[in-house]
Design a protein around this ligand. Structure first.
Ligand SMILES: [Zn+2]
Length: 467
């Protein structure tokens, strides 16, 4: 299994810290608004990473935080004239609702920053005592020059950062890239007591404390969107290294953006749709397929046309399943026929190659085509392909509710059959016997049997004989 590691700039063979286990932390939302569909891409992709590790037999411990104290939350609370905690609670609830609606499995742990304030103060205190941090008027800053190798994750060096820095608001910082660990509270802001006075932790401190508390000093994978590499992840890493001398994570994974007319979709730019908006128009599997049709590190352009195509493709998958009478059951088989195995191997190879979902999805398309292709494949093989489609699709988070979705189709099928039975009765009453027989024979060819009983005509579907 190979994963592209931002820290080394290479695809590397994944070596878990503990055999058979994966510890993974993905930066969660700052809850001051509904999240946009670009954020959804990141959350959804790491849901797929987790599902894939589980599919290939790993025991996954997945942590995703909720940042429930931050400048943006305080700014929103000021606008809404409510306490910051109320804003955070409202949008944390919305985050969970919306990720559920997207078919994203909730993480094993979902720590909130405000639950970890004492641990954050302890880390900052330790960094001050070790000479990696200093206080300035109630704020505490990390001294980037105190840590050799600062900038390694983002491949930046301190001289360039100094030149590139805008005139810092606080010119007394020792280096323009020194970042805040603790912020003194302004009047009316949420605050906690600390050795440096009342204030609150900085965002970079929040994530490093929560991740290490739940996953240990060094864990397998730290994940997020590409814009988090610098400064957020660089600064998490700096604090971890300053405290333990060890890396925070062995693999750093970063997902690409969703663009809107060529620009990164973002709340601050105002060019975004919330995930809620999009889910009004498209179901969760359509959104998932739209995202997974591209490699996670490539940018995607938001495109209603491609979303429409994804919807058609999803319908086609279900159509294929219905076509061969797929029923919920044991889709994961211990052994597959050579033809099924070849396709399964191709899918696994794609996913094991840095989560090439675009290639993996194309294997699903190929399976759907083969399932409907009566000429070249025997019915037993096509049914096996249907099981494989559900099994592999399930590893990407598709078909989790296939049985009930097909039942909806089934209800429609029932109505259509009732309609045709009605036409046959009508034809017979008008003595159009050739048309009446044609309805019966054509249905028989599709595996639908009509029986005339004393109480009327009843139909039954013979799945086993569908050819
Ligand atoms: Zn984070």
């Amino acid at each position: 299994m190979k994963i592209y590691n931002t820290a080394t700039g290479r695809k590397e063979t994944f070596e878990p810290l503990v055999a058979g286990r994966v510890s993974m932390y993905a930066c969660g939302p700052t809850v001051y608004n509904y999240f946009h569909i670009g954020n959804a891409r990141t959350f959804l992709f790491f849901d797929v990473v987790r599902r894939w590790f589980q599919y290939i037999g790993f025991d996954v411990r997945y942590v995703q935080n909720i940042t429930d104290i931050d400048d943006k939350i305080i700014a929103q609370a000021t606008l809404d004239v409510v306490p910051a905690a109320q804003v955070a609670e409202k949008y944390a609830t919305a985050f969970i609702e919306d990720t559920n609606a997207l078919g994203i499995e909730q993480p094993d742990y979902q720590p909130r920053a405000t639950q970890y304030i004492p641990q954050m103060i302890a880390l900052i205190d330790e960094l001050v005592k070790k000479g990696h941090a200093y206080e300035l008027d109630g704020d505490v800053y990390f001294a980037v020059e105190s840590l050799p190798g600062y900038g390694s994750l983002a491949r930046k060096n301190l001289d360039d950062l100094k030149v590139g820095a805008r005139v810092a608001a606080n010119t007394r910082k020792r280096h323009p890239s020194d970042f805040v660990l603790w912020k003194a509270a302004k009047p009316g802001e949420p605050k906690w007591d600390s050795p440096w006075g009342e204030g609150r932790p900085g965002w970079h401190t929040e994530c490093v404390v929560m991740s290490q508390d739940l996953l240990g000093d060094t864990f397998d994978i730290h994940a997020g969107a590409i814009d988090l590499i610098f400064p957020h992840h660089e600064n998490e890493l700096a604090q971890a290294r300053a405290r333990t001398g060890k890396p925070l994570a062995n693999v750093w994974m970063h997902g690409g953006f969703l663009n809107m007319r060529g620009d990164k979709m973002s709340k601050s730019e105002g060019n975004f749709f919330t995930a809620r908006d999009v889910l009004q128009k498209y179901d969760a599997e359509t959104v998932r397929l739209f995202f997974l049709s591209k490699h996670y590190r490539s940018p995607i352009e938001y495109s209603p046309e491609l979303l429409d195509e994804a919807r058609t493709a999803m319908a086609n998958f279900y159509d294929a399943l219905q076509f061969v009478g797929w029923k919920p059951g044991n889709d994961a088989q211990a052994s597959w026929s050579d033809e099924a195995k070849a396709r399964r191997d191709e899918f696994i190879a794609a996913m094991d190659n840095d989560f090439n979902t675009a290639r993996a999805v194309s294997v699903l398309f190929e399976l759907a085509r083969a399932i409907k292709n009566e000429k070249d494949y025997a019915i037993e093989l096509r049914r096996e392909f249907a099981r494989l489609l559900v099994d592999l699709g399930g590893a990407l988070g598709f078909f989790t509710d296939a049985a009930s979705r097909l039942e909806v189709g089934g209800a429609l099928t029932g109505k259509l059959l009732d309609l045709l039975v009605g036409y046959r009765i009508e034809f017979r009453s008008r003595k159009m016997y050739d048309m009446a027989d044609r309805v019966r024979d054509d249905l028989a060819a599709l595996g639908v049997e009509l029986k005339d009983t004393r109480d009327g005509t009843v139909w039954s579907v013979r799945h086993d004989e569908v050819e």
